[in-house]
Design a binder for this molecule. Structure first.
Ligand code: TNX
Length: 538
């Protein structure tokens, strides 16, 4: 598939970039909307985030009207559910009934079509064709239909996101978008340990991530300040270890039913939940809950500050591995996804020897329960298990030796998820005036977070060694949805674009225009985003 992308991409969007670079202002389907278009003109095809791989504008638009039907293959439960989801997005603002019907019932309208033979579209790719007679979304797999629905949403005016009836018109520019992702792993992490977030708050974030084609939701479920998932064999982890958070608030935890509901909801948005239990450091909440987990047998008090690196599981004690086995077994049983993240960062209170010994014992437990290990990149200083992924969170200024350790591990088969803290960390302040957030990795304005290439971030780490990208949101200073909105938007869409769009489409000048067009959509969705002066919001 990448071959096809490379062939089609420069021909279509490449021309746009050349036009833009030459300073020629133009109208028409491929111009990067330099001047506001008349209200009735549809958004030019492909002017969305993330940028599609291939865009071929052609002909007249399609208009959604009171007569439009959403046609699906009724034999496919998933197609039907995606049709219902699309109708749920479109009905409140258009005011149209938009019945979801079997594809045999009538012609035209919006057709969601699964085509298992369209192998080139892969797991998540889709083709969207729009013209006066209707819209056809084709995908090999349901995930591709769902990603294509997000494209369709963004091709419509921002007001389509409103929850009350708006005037329209609801037109989609004519032509064809053919689109597949650059990387298979496109994640967002939410730290629910430093501050606890309710199931509804997590669902809200899942919905926001869906719009940008994110496919992994990494939940940081345990840390010094709180243990957030019920484990039946060690009940005090949640009931006591989860009873506070940074600043001393009440904290909280997910029951197993809560957690299953998050997993189910994420799956309905084609996101795989990656649960993380951070070990052997970042474990004060567990150590406080069970005295026997401590080398000296004494439980420390609960912790509500923001220091890191002071806690460690007791590596030599046998009970540590009973604990780890129970936790991983119960968590794996709640996890339909492939991965289980075991943390491994900032184990400053664990000797190197103990760290390596611990990882040698724990990684096989993850495999025993059928899951694949992910660890923060410090895992590459131990012996990553076969197939493990390492999540890189270093900085430009990190030592060459640290970068080379990660690159060397990748060359030996440990693929890397890129989350460079000075680019992808959503908890970094945008500027010195940002009220929320931290700044240990520097200030990360919108351009800085977008303007890098995964394939050249680490010397000696080729694109083939990269699983994808992830934007982590640590929550020492973030405690409610409005805070998530402000820190994630508008940086999250940029990381999502780095994960999805072909390298050849990367261009800050063009991206900031497309991002600006997301402003009214954020507003319609009630997302309280940061109005970066680097972006020409209208
Ligand atoms: C470093 S990044 C951490 C976290 C903090 C974060 C704050 C990483 C793997 N560890 O424990 O929350 O910085 O930005």
């Amino acid at each position: 598939m990448p071959v096809k992308q490379c062939r089609t991409f420069p021909r279509v969007l490449g021309a746009v970039l050349l036009v833009a670079a030459a300073g020629i202002s133009s109208v028409g389907a491929t111009a990067p909307a330099a001047a506001p278009a008349p209200a009735a003109a549809p958004r030019p095809l492909g002017q969305i985030v993330p940028a599609p791989a291939s865009v071929a504008p052609r002909g007249a638009p399609y208009a959604i009207t009171a007569a439009t039907r959403i046609r699906v293959d009724e034999d496919s439960r998933e197609s039907r559910a995606i049709g219902d989801y699309l109708a749920g997005v479109l009905r409140p603002s258009t005011g149209h009934p938009l019945p979801v019907v079997d594809e045999d019932k009538g012609r035209g309208g919006i057709l969601l079509r699964l085509s298992p033979r369209d192998r080139a579209l892969g797991e998540e790719g889709y083709r969207l064709t729009s013209g006066p007679g209707g819209i056809t979304l084709t995908a090999q797999r349901p995930a591709g239909l769902f990603r294509g629905v997000q494209t369709l949403r963004q091709q419509l005016p921002a007001a389509v996101e409103a929850d009350t009836v708006r005037p329209g018109p609801w037109t989609v520019a004519g032509g064809t978008i053919t689109d597949t992702p650059r990387f298979a792993y496109r994640g967002a992490m939410l730290d629910v340990s430093r501050h606890f977030f309710t199931v509804d708050e997590v669902k809200r974030y899942i919905d926001q991530l869906a719009l940008y084609k994110i496919n992994k939701l990494h939940l940081h479920l345990s840390d010094d300040q709180g243990w957030r998932i019920a484990i039946d064999s060690w009940p005090r982890l949640a009931t006591y270890g989860g009873s506070t958070e940074v600043g001393g608030g009440p904290g909280g935890h997910y029951t197993k039913d809560d957690y299953k509901e998050i997993v189910r909801y994420a799956a309905s948005r084609y996101q795989e939940v990656v649960p993380e239990i951070d070990m052997p450091g970042h474990t004060n909440a567990a150590l406080a809950s069970y005295a026997e987990l401590n080398c000296d047998g004494v439980a420390p008090p609960l912790y509500t500050g923001t220091a890191v690196g002071f806690s460690s599981l007791c590596v030599p004690k046998p009970v540590t591995y009973d604990f780890v086995d129970d936790v991983i077994r119960e968590l794996a049983a709640l996890t339909p996804g492939k991965y289980l993240h075991i943390g491994g960062d900032e184990a400053h209170s664990t000797t190197h020897e103990d760290y390596v010994a611990f990882m040698d014992r724990v990684q096989p437990v993850v495999a025993k329960y059928g899951k694949t290990v992910i660890g923060w990149h410090q895992l590459t200083g131990a012996r990553p298990a076969e197939g493990a992924l390492a999540q890189y969170w270093g900085l430009d200024r990190s030592s060459g030796a640290e970068k080379e350790q990660v690159a060397a591990a990748a060359r030996a088969g440990t693929k890397v998820i890129l989350s460079p803290a000075d680019r992808a960390y959503l908890d970094m302040k945008y500027t010195k005036d940002t009220k929320l957030g931290l700044s240990w990795a520097g200030y990360v304005e919108v351009q800085r977070s977008y303007d890098w290439n995964p394939a050249t971030l680490l010397p000696g780490l080729p694109e083939s060694g990269i699983a994808g990208v992830e934007a982590p949101l640590w929550t020492e200073t973030v405690s409610e949805s409005a805070h998530i909105d402000h820190m994630a938007f508008p940086r999250l869409p940029g990381i999502a674009e780095l994960g999805w769009s072909p390298a050849a489409s990367h261009d800050w000048a063009a991206y900031r225009e497309r991002l600006a067009q997301q402003g009214p959509r954020f507003e319609a969705l009630g997302i309280g985003f940061y109005r970066s002066p680097q972006v020409p919001w209208r």
